[in-house]
Design a protein. Structure first.
Length: 334
């Protein structure tokens, strides 16, 4: 497939793509993953619904998405998602952000439960083709706001609710999780893409080494690095099999984006002189990524902070979010 067009944030062009390559870009406005890799096709494929989900195959059949290529599925909805304002305008389309953002979802029941009645519906613009994660799930619009609805067995639903209530009991600001029948629900924490959600692997890639992750986040802010240590040891708390070793033990159930405690949310505003730029992000390849909490660093605390012992293992996933209305400024949510 010859990919030509523009990557946009709302109606601002942040990159020009020619023959599948990012030929021109505004570095400060690019998603973090593209700042690190410049691989536009991988970024687009990473936004596709998980092909291993049974209902994803039914959804593609109902929407007449014949190709098995994730890129085809993503481009059917112009790579738009509920949780950020990025999208791809192919050459000659002449579209605006108002044309591609989601206002309804007629295929929610099919994505969630495999509802056969959905096969009789005509094609419509649905956020399910860019609804990532391994659980059967859907986006549901209620009273003008989007909610993530997820299927799961009793223990899986319990895990979702338990970690939410545990964090609340510990005083952490948590995204709300509710149970409804055989599902759990969580509101869209970006408030309709008022900010752009971005996974922290845009900075650290797929490297699971805790020390590399610590150093990467310390380069952005010592306070963020300290909070990375907090989440590692918090996860090693109740039921953590490695707690007695005083090493990180990351065993956390799937959350909002399917990668650990990515459902935690609260903005940590960096000092005015510490905007995130491409040079702030050391390379790497899969991160046991942190969550961030805006608590002050006490005098001398950063200098005396101990780096984690070297140990690898998949950690919780964080979302970096940037205000979509002013994409040069970024906030970090946990």
């Amino acid at each position: 497939m010859r990919l030509n067009g523009e990557l946009r944030s709302r109606d601002t062009t942040v990159g020009v793509v020619r023959d599948g390559l990012l030929a021109e870009c505004d570095e400060a406005l690019l998603p973090l993953y593209l700042q690190r890799t410049k691989d536009i096709e991988s970024w687009l494929r990473g936004r596709a619904i998980d092909a291993h989900r049974t209902n994803s195959r039914l959804l593609k059949k109902a929407l007449r998405v014949g190709s098995a290529d994730d890129l085809d599925a993503v481009l059917r909805v112009h790579a738009a998602t509920i949780t950020d304002a990025y999208w791809f305008c192919r050459e000659g389309e002449g579209l605006s952000y108002a044309d591609v953002r989601f206002r309804e979802n007629h295929f929610a029941a099919l994505a969630l439960r495999g509802d056969p009645d959905s096969f009789n519906r005509p094609y419509s613009h649905t956020p399910e083709l860019t609804n990532i994660g391994s659980y059967e799930k859907c986006w549901l619009l209620r009273d003008g706001s989007w909610w993530m609805v997820k299927q799961g067995n009793g223990m899986e639903r319990f895990s979702e609710l338990f970690i939410c209530r545990l964090g609340q009991a510990l005083g952490f600001p948590m995204a709300e999780y509710e149970q409804e029948g055989g599902t759990v629900l969580s509101p869209d924490f970006t408030d309709g893409a008022a900010v752009n959600y971005e996974a922290a692997d845009g900075i650290v890639g797929d490297d699971e080494d805790y020390c590399l992750n610590f150093d990467a986040f310390y380069a952005i802010s010592p306070d963020i690095a300290r909070q990375y240590l907090e989440i590692i040891y918090m996860d090693g708390g109740p039921g953590g099999e490695h707690v007695h070793q005083r090493q990180p033990a990351l065993e956390v159930p799937e959350m909002h984006e399917g990668r650990g405690i990515s459902h935690l949310q609260r903005p940590l505003r960096l000092p005015p002189d510490r905007q995130l730029r491409a040079g702030d992000h050391p390379g790497g390849s899969r991160g046991g990524s942190p969550y961030f909490r805006d608590a002050p660093v006490r005098p001398g605390q950063a200098e005396n902070m101990r780096r984690p012992q070297r140990r690898t293992g998949r950690g919780p996933q964080v979302g970096f979010q940037q205000p979509a209305v002013h994409p040069r400024k970024r906030e970090i949510y946990w």
